[in-house]
Design a protein around this ligand. Structure first.
Ligand SMILES: C[S@@+](CC[C@H](N)C(=O)[O-])C[C@H]1O[C@@H](n2cnc3c(N)ncnc32)[C@H](O)[C@@H]1O
Length: 334
């Protein structure tokens, strides 16, 4: 995980700017939204300088979100929780299918305020203000449980949000989510990475982008492929695994944008635990399997011998009871 300590703003102006910049606002500018402040516009420009093509990466992110919601809808999932939703638009996921129930979650009050306004009287979608670092505040929130039934499969979206959490925070969030959702539920994620931008120059530039986020209340972290895969924990990552967005089921969006390699994406399913084998070690080791077979054969022989003695004993007893004696051999005339 690449980390930069938050920089201390050096003058009054930057102190004010830092207070006014939020991750939600910077992201909104990158997706050509209209919710960002002047300070966030400046910050977004700095992020773009540090991460050239990031304005396309955010579109890849949105395309992946729509594709994996379609993927889950095709598998019968109709309820979704979008954690770290960012500013909603009329194209947010609740508009994809009228059968969907959607709860958006964001810790930024201005995102929630505008979201409530945008959703208006829609009864199948809502937005709540909560911080996923306190997972119970999200998963047990009455505004959420009014729409979401965790005894039924659910799709949890964590798009471009785990990259704002530290390792222990992610572990706690994922543990709470996986123990709350039922089998056949999904967790989808996108996450910033430097894996596609490994050159020294590129890394130095990207560090400048991290400085921008370090000056907000939500610092950003890059993670590599293994680290992103590990976030999914015991969930079963669906094919093609953790990949760059242009490698993930593009048949679900023929207009999926080009690849910038700033993001990894993945979708994982909570599957029923497989029944434990009675003696899994035996099946894993051919020698142990052979020994077990020999033992079985030997014990089969022993059963046969015992059975033979028992039958002989029964026949002898029967002959004694009925006084049947074998005829004496005839005396030889010789
Ligand atoms: C980069 S935006 C992503 C927006 C949206 N998920 C998308 O992919 O289009 C990240 C959002 O996550 C929110 N966020 C960051 N940390 C959060 C947390 N701990 N709990 C809830 N929301 C969080 C921010 O306020 C911001 O709106």
């Amino acid at each position: 995980m690449m980390e930069i300590m938050p920089l201390l703003p050096v003058d009054e102006e930057s102190i004010g700017a830092a207070k006014r910049t939020s991750v939600a606002g910077i992201y909104d500018i990158l997706i050509d939204g209209s919710n960002g402040s002047a300070a966030e516009q400046k910050a977004a420009a700095e992020v773009q300088t540090g991460m050239p093509g990031v304005n396309i990466a955010v579109k890849e992110n949105i395309s992946f979100t729509r594709r994996c919601v379609k993927y889950m809808l095709q598998r019968g999932v109709t309820q979704f929780v979008d954690i770290g939703s960012g500013f909603l638009t009329t194209n947010s996921i609740h508009a994809l299918d009228s059968a969907m129930k959607v709860v958006y979650v964001d810790k930024d009050p201005s995102v929630v305020e505008k979201g409530i306004e945008l959703l208006g009287t829609i009864e199948t979608a809502t937005i709540i203000c909560a911080d996923i670092r306190q997972p119970k505040d999200v998963l047990e929130n009455l505004g959420l449980t009014r729409l979401i039934d965790f005894s039924q499969p659910v799709g949890i979206l964590m798009m471009y949000v785990a990259c704002f959490l530290k390792d222990p925070e992610i572990a706690s969030v994922m543990s709470s989510i996986t123990s709350t959702i039922c089998d056949d539920s999904f967790v989808a994620m996108t996450h910033d990475t430097l894996d596609g931008h490994n050159g020294t120059d590129e890394k130095e530039k990207a560090a400048k982008a991290l400085e921008v986020y370090a000056n907000t209340s939500t610092p950003l972290y890059f993670r590599n492929h293994k680290e992103v895969e590990e976030i999914f924990g015991g969930l079963q990552i669906v094919d093609p695994g953790v990949v760059f967005p242009h490698e993930w089921h593009t048949e679900l969006d023929p207009k999926a944008p080009e690849a910038t390699k700033w993001l990894y994406c993945g979708l994982a399913k909570k599957s029923p635990s497989p029944l434990p084998a009675r003696n899994p070690q035996i099946y894993a080791n051919p020698m142990k399997l052979l020994t077990a077979f020999n033992q079985a054969a030997l014990s089969g022989t022993s059963v046969f011998v015992i059975l033979w003695y028992f039958i002989t004993f029964l026949v002898q007893s029967f002959m004694e009871v009925t006084n049947v004696s074998l005829p004496e051999p005839a005396a030889s005339d010789d």
